[in-house]
Design a binder for this molecule. Structure first.
Ligand SMILES: [Zn+2]
Length: 110
């Protein structure tokens, strides 16, 4: 991978991290508790709790992705980014471009 390609990946990771952080800061469950009077509207309280569950699941995925992206940035800093965690071969650039948090190459991912 060329330094230019690595820079491109790094900016992709940073952009994605910023996106996730924004999303996480916008739907903080603490700031939006299920209000009892939601039931007065079209959503029943149960439906609103279900949608809160879905939000929580989505947030969990976002936090996991954030963690993987932060790890990827760390590997870029350390110079170990782009090597497969299993076979130690370079991960295909196309794969990293599509999935910057990938830690294994295409053949090991299969
Ligand atoms: Zn591999």
């Amino acid at each position: 991978m060329t330094p230019e390609q690595l820079d491109l990946i790094r900016s992709k990771i940073e952009a994605r991290l910023a996106e996730i952080e924004l999303a996480l800061s916008q739907d903080d469950p603490e700031s939006k508790p299920v209000a009892p009077d939601v039931a007065i509207g079209r959503l029943s309280r149960m439906e609103s709790m279900q949608s809160q569950q879905m939000n929580l699941a989505q947030q969990r995925r976002q936090r996991e992705e954030k963690e993987r992206l932060e790890n990827a940035l760390e590997r870029i800093e350390k110079g170990s980014y782009g090597s497969c965690a299993y076979c130690l071969q370079p991960i295909e650039y196309e794969r990293l471009e599509a999935m910057p948090d990938a830690v294994v190459c295409i053949s090991c991912a299969r």
